[in-house]
Design a protein around this ligand. Structure first.
Ligand SMILES: *[C@@H]1O[C@H](CO)[C@@H](O)[C@H](O)[C@H]1NC(C)=O
Ligand SMILES: *[C@@H]1O[C@H](CO)[C@@H](O)[C@H](O)[C@H]1NC(C)=O
Ligand SMILES: *[C@@H]1O[C@H](CO)[C@@H](O)[C@H](O)[C@H]1NC(C)=O
Ligand SMILES: *[C@@H]1O[C@H](CO)[C@@H](O)[C@H](O)[C@H]1NC(C)=O
Ligand SMILES: *[C@@H]1O[C@H](CO)[C@@H](O)[C@H](O)[C@H]1NC(C)=O
Ligand SMILES: *[C@@H]1O[C@H](CO)[C@@H](O)[C@H](O)[C@H]1NC(C)=O
Ligand SMILES: *[C@@H]1O[C@H](CO)[C@@H](O)[C@H](O)[C@H]1NC(C)=O
Length: 279
């Protein structure tokens, strides 16, 4: 892999340094060390002469520090294990990179992560259980908006059962080949506000799902979800709902925002009825 093809967007946790004047060095020393290791392990250090150990890594070529952001460019292939050394990383976006292979379970070692976006790649295999061990990605009592975005890949298999204990802020698993029960991402006690599991092969009984009032966006179109919409859904302050192209039945409960959505939010189900559907 040549350095010219390196593309990643990383955001190390730099809160310690944020409290300092703008002129202070922004680069976290441990992250800088890892970036230098990545540079040398790629065997083409001359490509990035600006990655000078004596300077602040926020000013290195291909890296941009916007508050806490580092940006590199052009990177394909599997996700390298060297990432696990970026201990203070709290934001990782590796999108549109044609990344292949599975989501490595070693990402679970990034304990400071609060945002993981691997969308628009060619990742395969199932979602590793280890992601649920990242405290910031969802365990309860966390105050952040915590994001897991794995949309537009070729992920398959069932969701890790341990996701039942994870309280995501925003979860986007859309456009994969995931199957089985996705009801475990919901829960009465979860503060998740955004769930997009559309365009997968999930198969579960929607009537049995417990919702929390935090949920404002729910997109589940194109799955194999059965059962009906419970009255509890009418009590949610939903801004977006799409349950089309599933196997739902029964009457759409009257109330809340449920009648304000276009009929296309509900169409192509097995035996759904009630407004805004015709029959
Ligand atoms: C990224 O790849 C594109 C296409 O291969 C190339 O034109 C561009 O110069 C590369 N950018 C960097 C920073 O290497
Ligand atoms: C994830 O990354 C994609 C591609 O860079 C971007 O369009 C999308 O907005 C990101 N999602 C979130 C929730 O940040
Ligand atoms: C990803 O693959 C597509 C199709 O093979 C190609 O057109 C595109 O340039 C690749 N993108 C990157 C960032 O390598
Ligand atoms: C970040 O990681 C360090 C080292 O693993 C740990 O001591 C610290 O508590 C973590 N901080 C957060 C906010 O998770
Ligand atoms: C919704 O979740 C929040 C956060 O976990 C919790 O405080 C609240 O009690 C839940 N609401 C209900 C009705 O259980
Ligand atoms: C929700 O939280 C309450 C109070 O903390 C607890 O008693 C209850 O068992 C929890 N319910 C679920 C489904 O986790
Ligand atoms: C719901 O999703 C289907 C399938 O993608 C789409 O055709 C329809 O326009 C969507 N409707 C709404 C209200 O989002």
């Amino acid at each position: 892999m040549s350095l010219a093809r390196l593309l990643l967007l990383v955001l190390p946790l730099l809160s310690f340094f944020l409290l300092r004047p703008a002129s202070a060095i922004l680069c976290h020393p441990e992250d800088k060390e890892v970036l230098l290791c990545i540079k040398f392990s790629l065997d083409s250090p001359y490509l990035l002469p600006s990655w000078d150990p004596d300077t602040d890594c926020c000013y290195w070529y291909g890296l941009k520090c916007h508050r806490k952001t580092h940006r590199l460019s052009n990177f394909t292939g599997p996700i390298p294990e060297s990432f696990t050394k970026l201990k203070y990383l709290n934001f990782l976006r590796l999108s549109w990179l044609n990344l292949t292979g599975p989501i490595p379970s070693f990402l679970g070692q990034l304990k400071n992560l609060t945002y993981l976006n691997l969308s628009f790649n060619k990742l395969t295999g199932s979602i590793p259980d280890s992601l649920s061990t990242i405290p910031g990605l969802g365990y309860k009592n966390s105050n952040n908006n915590l994001y897991l975005i794995l949309s537009h890949n070729s992920l398959s298999g069932e969701l890790p059962a341990s996701f039942v204990g994870v309280d995501f802020g925003k979860l986007d698993l859309s456009r994969n080949r995931l199957q089985g029960d996705a009801s475990l991402v919901f829960g009465r006690n979860k503060s998740t506000y955004y769930i997009d599991i559309s365009r997968n092969q999930f198969e579960f009984d929607l009537s049995k799902v417990d919702f929390n009032e935090s949920l404002t966006t729910l997109d589940m179109n194109h799955n194999k979800i059965y059962g009906s919409i419970s009255k509890a859904v009418a009590g949610l302050e939903l801004q977006f709902l799409n349950v089309s192209y599933n196997r739902l039945c029964g009457e759409i409960p009257v109330g809340g925002r449920l009648q304000s959505f276009d009929y296309t939010a509900y169409f192509h189900n097995r035996c759904f009825c009630g407004a805004p559907l015709d029959s």
